[in-house]
Design a protein around this ligand. Structure first.
Ligand code: MSP
Length: 479
């Protein structure tokens, strides 16, 4: 039987430094969806990776006193380790220095040229190396600083190849309007449509001044612009990996910072090549850390690894996705993760599992291994709702529902009925109370799996053997 495919990607992150919690956020969300659809029986291909060419990487390598290749090779394991620690189950880790990728990129750029979508022009512009992007003078602070990185832009004057993006506006609008290319959330889609409507400029897609890149086909003096090289990863992967993903991708996940590239430049390139656009591009929000933009100079860049070591992968996964709606901006901090760990996880879920199993054991109660049946009216609908929240990338709502409709009522029932007193004269009712909690725990175990795979695994074992062990040990006890 042919399984329905699901090809999901994260951005390929710039490898000028170690991964931070912002990269982890998108990657965790992609992992949740990948696990969710895999459980539903779909043939999932989940890809993440690193963006390894361009001026930004060359600059970082130089600072480190290494060749670019040596430098990126040294950083790849840092990304892989972070993803392993966070239990990210990706299928391939894509690197743009992959030789096959480089070759396919050249072939594709050549095709764009043959199809009449490239033009060589003299170009003068203001470039931010950290963004790998040109700015208009009026977008800059004091006419010279990048609005994002507050660093001085560089004046580039060179002959470049331009991709004739302006020719593709109408086709692009058509793909978006017919839903062939979906953009989420809705507000972002409207922003993109109005950007296209206000007119698109052609984009320079080669660099004469940057050596660290893929040689431009037919013009060895130039390299392919890093964004063209990077965006193409999603497609070249379908040619590189045997039994790999097939095009079009079902979902590109990213944040709003790079939506323009993903919702305009990328689909336009594909349209020019007569290739289908991705089915969906979804841009989540940006988060601040302790109320401030994450930045090296402020010193508030959160490294996911020590957080995982302290609170566990599942607590980090849970806290990030629970804290604020996925499509919106929000704030995160270690304190918020610690709070979620204590209140929702240790005192909520962990306590429920622990006391339910302890009492079943202590009072030698017979409980049936069944989910749902004894659960209050309407519980099935909550389950449906949770599934639809996940499918619509509304992770915080899904988690809210699991806690509100499954975990909280069970803990409240135990507090109210006090089985430790009830057992003295009503064995039947004690059993009923704990059966309710036990059945609920079976459902919870299934439904939290994509979010918290390690916890789900532990719960499964404990529910089978009925031997309780703390799921989320208090942080003090650990140290
Ligand atoms: N290399 C490009 C992407 C090329 S994809 C063809 C790039 N890399 S990046 O390292 O800067 O990663 C940007 C992405 O990291 C964002 O789109 C988002 O997925 C994630 N995030 C980085 N910081 C973040 C926050 N503070 N908040 C949320 N997501 C964050 O752009």
């Amino acid at each position: 039987m042919n399984k329905e495919k699901f090809y999901i990607t994260t951005p390929i992150y710039y490898i000028n430094d170690i991964p931070h919690i912002g990269h982890a956020y998108t990657t965790i969300a992609a992992d949740v969806l990948a696990r969710y659809y895999k459980k539903l029986g779909r043939e999932v291909f989940f890809m993440t990776g690193t963006d390894e060419h361009g001026a930004k990487i060359a600059e970082a390598a130089e600072k480190a006193g290494k060749s670019p290749k040596e430098f990126v090779d040294g950083l790849v394991p840092k990304f892989k380790t972070a993803w392993e620690k966070l239990n990210i189950e990706y299928d391939e880790f894509f690197r743009t220095t992959n030789k096959e990728h480089e070759k396919i990129v050249q072939e594709i750029v050549q095709k764009l040229k043959e199809k009449g979508y490239l033009e060589k022009r003299e170009y003068e512009g203001l470039y931010c190396v950290a963004c790998e992007k040109f700015y208009m003078p009026d977008e800059l602070i004091k006419g010279k600083l990048c609005p994002d990185h507050k660093r001085e832009v560089i004046k580039y004057k060179e002959e470049n190849y331009f991709f004739l993006l302006s020719k593709l506006s109408e086709k692009l609008i058509d793909k978006i309007k017919t839903g062939e290319l979906k953009i989420g959330p809705e507000t972002r889609k409207n922003e993109i449509l109005s950007k296209i409507n206000s007119g698109l400029d052609d984009v320079s897609i080669s660099r004469a001044a940057v050596d660290w890149g893929i040689p431009f086909p037919g013009d060895p003096e130039q390299t392919v612009y890093v964004w063209v090289d990077a965006l193409l990863n999603y497609y070249t992967a379908t040619k590189i990996y045997k039994n790999g993903p097939s095009w079009p991708a079902d979902l590109h996940l990213l944040a709003k910072d790079i939506l323009w590239f993903h919702a305009i430049v990328w689909p336009a390139m594909l349209i020019a090549l007569d290739i289908k656009p991705p089915k969906m591009v979804f841009a989540h929000g940006f988060f601040t850390v302790d109320g401030q933009k994450m930045s090296k100079s402020i010193g508030n860049v959160l490294d996911p690894i020590p957080l995982v070591d302290k609170y566990g992968a599942d607590a980090v996964r849970y806290a990030l996705l629970r804290e604020f709606p996925f499509g919106q901006d929000g704030d995160i901090s270690e304190e918020k993760i610690a709070q979620r760990h204590t209140s929702d996880l240790a005192n909520g879920l962990g306590n429920l599992l622990n006391r339910t199993l302890s009492m079943i054991n202590r009072y030698e109660l017979k409980v049936k291994d069944e989910s749902m049946k004894l659960v209050v009216d309407g519980a099935k609908d909550h389950q449906k709702e949770i599934h639809s929240f996940i499918e619509n990338l509304n992770f915080s709502e899904a988690l809210f529902d699991i806690w509100t409709f499954y975990i909280k009522p069970s803990n409240e029932l135990i507090d109210k009925e006090k089985p430790w007193e009830l057992i003295k004269n009503d064995m039947g009712k004690t059993t009923a109370v704990l059966q309710y909690c036990y059945s609920n725990l079976i459902s919870i175990q299934e439904i939290i799996y994509p979010f918290m795979p390690e916890t789900a695994e532990k719960m499964k074992k404990q529910l089978e053997t009925k031997k309780p062990e703390p799921l989320f040990p208090r942080i003090e006890e650990k140290q």
